[in-house]
Design a protein around this ligand. Structure first.
Ligand code: LMR
Ligand code: SF4
Length: 515
């Protein structure tokens, strides 16, 4: 097993940096469906551009490299203790090489272990089998989509859909609802794994297990095959679209599994995965640990460029172009008041990162720098230090903004911040503050970590490093950073609009389908 650790390192790097072919195919199909010039089409362009940049740079597709979860099938007699040790070392090495973000945080103190090792991280699950080779699979599922997982206990009363009973039709309603409730916050268009039955733990386990199926496979269970097809046909009618901007594609894949339950319980568990669906697998020689075959990689190379050309040609034909505005901090209230939902903003100059720990901190403490007229970016980047000791941005897409809802409005007013960039939108408290204070919310494309890292020209400094790399406040000079106004200072919110219209659309699925 001398090659096992090296093989696990390769599996980690490949999973973090290269989307598998089955996922690429699904994204390409979505891209071909969107009309050129729409926000959804523009977002998909950024997404495919990002996928190619990650290939080229061998850098994380998304900065949130998730909670590494390994599923390993081994022949009888394989030494699982040694394998576990090798995997942990490979994880630490990949973190050091900035292929993974240091993501393991002490739940009480908030301390980041720095190497992705800690109690419960990574997750490694072994199973014995009768084959003579090792099957090792890895999923890197980020936090934003994990937060959109949902578990239903039937019977239930569901918003928009009414009663969901303890039968196939009740399950159908839960799945439709799960897609609706995720909106764009888990970086739609997404993939869902569904677990029917079990208890609260094994139901979720099964849901995650479903994410290891190939996007292209067909469910051998006839009832579940029909249900999967139904969900794929209809979830896309909700109009949530890429990043929740509205559009044709909301869901890219749906895989459903079933296990028995006990009479009193009836759970439907849904694991939501973002478009940055990073899961791969390898077959290994059980003697040497060497890679024999990569999984999920059947079929031809996926050519996004052809779809790009078609979209560009269609765009040329369009008469109405999106308004595009350039902003550079310090920004005045007047400049902000001119912005409207739908405007595309290009940012040059300084922005400052701030996510969960910073927002909590700023409520009761002064800011480390003058934030008047400045831009806050909800982002926890992957950073590397070069030979001269300068910081370099390796991956830096937005994080889910709604977590800052309790703080955002107050902080903007307290420090005079004019713009916040994030993804997934914010709620009524922030919307009211934007109107009152003169602020704007800009939605960047979630997961596009390479695309945004490339706009970052220089790291000018960092404060509050005690919160760890992802949570620190990085002061970054950018050039050509593009985002869309989705909440303006006139009380308009695209997120509120899409949520309301998708709820209306959800209601058309109220009547029974599976009897
Ligand atoms: O932690 C992050 O950087 C992003 C997170 O995965 C999110 O989707 O909010
Ligand atoms: S930022 Fe989006 S793409 Fe990245 S892990 Fe979170 S949900 Fe996934």
């Amino acid at each position: 097993m001398e090659k096992f650790q090296e093989s696990m390192y390769k599996l980690i790097v490949e999973t973090s940096t290269k989307l598998p072919k089955d996922v690429r195919r699904a994204i390409l199909a979505a891209k071909l469906k969107e009309n050129a010039g729409t926000r959804a089409a523009m977002s998909l362009d950024t997404i495919t551009d990002n996928i190619l940049k990650a290939d080229e740079n061998v850098s994380p597709i998304c900065q949130d490299t998730g909670l590494p979860t390994f599923k390993i099938k081994v022949p009888v007699g394989a030494n699982q203790i040694k394998m576990k040790k090798a995997i942990r070392q490979a994880i630490a090495d990949a973190t050091k090489d900035t292929k993974l973000r240091p993501n393991s945080v002490d739940s009480i103190t908030g301390d980041n272990s720095g190497d992705n090792l800690g109690d419960g991280t990574p997750v490694i699950k072994f199973e014995q089998w009768e084959e003579d080779y090792i099957d090792a699979r890895l999923i890197l599922k980020g936090g934003g989509c994990e937060n959109k997982n949902i578990q239903y206990s039937l019977p239930a009363e569901l918003e928009g859909l009414g009663r969901a009973g303890r039968d196939l039709d009740g399950i159908r309603k839960c799945i439709m609802h799960s897609v609706y409730q995720a909106q764009g916050q888990g970086c739609s268009a997404g993939f869902i794994g569904v677990g029917i039955g079990g208890d609260r733990t094994s139901g979720y386990e099964l849901a995650k297990e479903m994410l290891f199926r190939s996007v292209d496979d067909v469910n051998p269970n006839e009832n579940l095959r029909k249900l999967e097809e139904y969900v794929m046909d209809n979830a896309n009618k909700l109009g949530i679209g890429t990043m929740g901007f509205g559009g044709e594609t909301t869901l890219l894949g749906c895989k459903i599994g079933v296990i028995n339950r006990i009479p009193a319980s009836f759970f439907v568990s849904v694991a939501y995965n973002c478009w940055a669906y990073r899961r791969l697998g390898v077959k290994l020689n059980a003697e040497t640990g060497e890679i024999q075959e990569w999984l999920y990689q059947e079929g031809e190379e996926i050519d996004f460029a052809k779809a790009d050309k078609e979209a560009a040609a269609a765009l040329e034909q369009q008469e109405e172009k999106t308004r595009s505005i350039t902003l550079e901090a310090p920004i005045t209230e007047e400049q902000i008041r001119e912005l409207k939902v739908g405007d595309v903003v290009t940012i040059n100059g300084m922005m400052h990162t701030g996510r969960d720990a910073i927002h909590k901190h700023l409520m009761d403490n002064p800011a480390p720098i003058d934030l008047n007229g400045q831009i806050i970016y909800h982002c926890g980047p992957v950073m590397a230090k070069d030979a001269e000791g300068n910081w370099e941005v390796k991956a830096a897409g937005p994080t889910t903004s709604i977590r800052e809802e309790p703080y955002q409005g107050d902080i903007m007013k307290k420090f005079g911040i004019r713009a916040v960039i994030g993804k997934g939108g914010m709620g009524p408290k922030t919307l009211a503050a934007l109107k009152d204070h003169g602020g704007v919310y800009l939605n960047a494309i979630g997961g596009a970590a390479q695309y945004y890292a490339e706009c970052m020209e220089k790291v000018e400094g960092v404060d509050l490093m005690e919160f760890g790399i992802p949570e620190a406040m990085w002061h970054i000079r950018v050039n050509g950073f593009t985002a869309v106004v989705t909440m303006d200072s006139h009380g308009n919110s695209l997120h509120e609009h899409v949520e309301k219209s998708s709820l209306q659309k959800l209601e058309q699925f109220k009547d029974p389908v599976f009897k």
